[in-house]
Design a protein around this ligand. Structure first.
Ligand code: UDP
Length: 553
């Protein structure tokens, strides 16, 4: 901190004068509090009041200027979890003149990103809620570079994964409790407040049962871009995938094949696989591969990622450690195990991740369906699934139920009871699920060919009409290929034409391989038709429609 202080002192008077004259300035993106990120000049923080402060002057700026709507419910979400009422951000207001009567502010010279971590104790939350959103928020604003300062306002301690947060920038992140060390009033010269939610794919069930977000906006490419950047920061070297695929000799491929291995992610305190050794033997025998175990309790995070980043398969009990599947190579398989009475379809953060388009992972789950193979822990504390505190009837109901009904987050005792069971994995049923699952594994080559380049609009679309008889007419539509097609190798190019009689609600759709067509069925004389044309690559890559054609027969 002494460094900041000395740096800040260099232009202290300039900064103070600027704050007094101009006050705080804020400009934000986003129409709603849930999609807002704000950039501030001279946002201040009072550690005494534990509040951010906006100083008004004649030239201060506050966009959006919401008036008291700023409290309905808040200016913005400080974490990436949508509209969570413990994660709201707001500031207090004061006239800049009040500075005269306040403790001398300490200025933070670094460009700062201010956010809440959502649950820094849990590895899945660390990645999904904090690291990915912070990484891409920093990509969005170029002055949030490697020198940026992160400030975590949720009020927790460092937590077990603080080293991961340190990878986001070269400067040590600050915790809320550390802000006191800067004095009673600190002012961030330039700061951004809030996180991009663009990369999140899962909602945890606060308002409806947990599941994939309704509108996922991230693909495997962004996740892998992030994973690669993080691996570089951790100094993890991985055999280049391009090198591996391109021009490798038969011998090399043979050797790669021999080097293939399966990683089993082991948990050692809760939700155990009771016969891990047996499971490992079965995997080794079935796939004729080495099996390596990793565990958060026994290894450093980078050494785990080193192993996972070259594994052909990752096998793990459902749980936060499965977030590491984002570091698997393309084409790898994720095998997620679920304890008795837990429906895999209802808890899909890792399935959703693995199956994001472009993630190129194969996902398989196995579920314990034999009650005699589960070990329950009714006497543990409630947060580890204990049920001893419940009424006898309720305990009985839970013990006899074989399926946890849909529920909201986060304290449903039946869910906690079941998800913290230990499991003896039935090897024959596990191998069957695995073998069946591997049959539908797409080859990586095939997925690579499926490109993601969309067609442009068709060009120079025209229509010509003619009337044959009082009851018959013809409509000829023609167009040119999309401009980008001439630079592409596309397996299949088709065109979709919609014809709508003006004033009608319905339209007739046609799929055509060629660039012109004469329609005569259902075409009436002296009628106006609206015609839309678009291009489709490989059956499912839809292009935009060209401007609508108005064609009168
Ligand atoms: N954890 C672990 N070993 C265990 C149990 C938990 O490493 O035996 C880690 C887990 O990966 C997560 C954190 O501790 O990062 C919290 O685990 P919890 O079971 O509460 O959450 P879940 O894994 O169900 O998300």
């Amino acid at each position: 901190q002494s460094k900041e202080l000395s740096q800040a002192r260099i232009d202290y008077h300039v900064a103070l004068q600027s704050l007094q004259e101009h006050g705080t300035r804020m400009v934000c993106t986003g129409k709603m509090h849930t999609d807002r990120i704000c950039r501030f000049d001279y946002l201040c923080y009072s550690s005494e009041a534990e509040e951010f402060v906006f100083f008004h002057s004649n030239s201060s700026v506050m966009l959006p200027n919401l008036g008291s709507r700023r409290f309905q419910p808040a200016l913005l979400d400080l974490s990436s979890v949508e509209d969570h009422n413990t994660q709201y951000f707001n500031f207090l207001e004061l006239p800049a003149g009040a500075l005269k009567f306040m403790p001398k502010p300490v200025f933070v010279p670094d460009v700062t990103l201010i956010l809440n971590r959502f649950n820094p104790d849990n590895l899945m939350h660390v990645f999904h809620d904090d690291l990915l959103p912070a990484f891409f928020t920093m990509k969005q604003y170029s002055d949030l570079d490697d020198e940026a300062r992160l400030v975590f306002m949720e009020g927790w301690g460092e937590g077990p994964h603080f080293d991961l947060y340190r990878l986001l920038s070269s400067k040590q992140p600050l915790l809320k409790e550390q802000l006191r060390n800067f004095g009673k009033l600190m002012c961030f010269t330039k700061s951004y407040v809030g996180l991009s939610k663009m990369t999140t794919w899962y909602q945890y069930g606060f308002v409806q049962p947990q599941g994939p977000k309704a509108n996922i906006l991230v693909s495997g490419n962004e996740i892998r871009h992030f994973a690669k950047a993080l691996m570089e920061k951790m100094n993890i070297t991985k055999q280049d995938e391009a090198e591996k695929d391109g021009g490798s000799s038969e011998q090399e491929r043979e050797r790669d094949k021999k080097d293939e291995y399966i990683a089993v992610f082991s948990r050692s305190t809760t939700r155990l696989i009771l016969n891990e050794a047996e499971l490992i033997m079965a995997l080794a025998q079935e796939f004729q591969m080495r099996v390596v175990t990793v565990s958060l309790e026994e290894q450093s995070f980078p050494s785990i990622i080193q192993v996972i980043s070259s594994a052909s398969m990752l096998v793990s009990m459902h749980g936060a450690q499965l977030i590491t599947s984002m570091f698997l190579p393309r084409g790898a398989t994720v095998v997620e195990l679920f304890p008795f009475a837990v429906n895999p379809e209802q808890y899909t953060p890792y399935k959703t991740l693995a199956t994001l388009p472009g993630m190129d992972l194969h996902y398989i789950f196995w579920r314990n369906s034999k009650e005699e193979n589960t070990v329950t822990h009714p006497d543990r504390p409630w947060e580890q699934g204990g049920i001893a505190h419940l009424e006898k009837d309720e305990q009985e109901r839970i013990l006899t139920s074989t399926d946890v009904p849909r529920h909201l987050c986060c304290r449903n005792p039946e869910w906690l009871f079941r998800i913290y069971q230990d499991t003896l994995v039935d090897i024959p049923s596990f191998l069957k699920v695995l073998k069946d699952g591997m049959k539908s594994k797409p080859s990586l080559k095939k997925t690579k060919i499926a490109s993601t380049v969309h067609p442009g609009r068709v060009r120079e679309a025209h229509c010509q009409t003619s009337v044959q008889t009082p009851n018959e007419a013809k409509l000829t539509v023609s167009w040119q290929i999309p401009w980008n097609l001439k630079y592409l190798k596309v397996r299949e190019v088709k065109y979709e034409v919609w014809i709508q009689e003006q004033g009608e609600n319905t339209y007739m759709p046609y799929i055509l391989p060629q660039q012109n067509y004469t329609f005569s069925e259902n075409i009436k004389p002296f009628t106006t038709y609206l015609v839309w044309v678009r291009c489709i690559f490989n059956k499912n890559l839809l292009g935009p429609f060209a401007d609508v054609l108005t064609c009168r027969t």
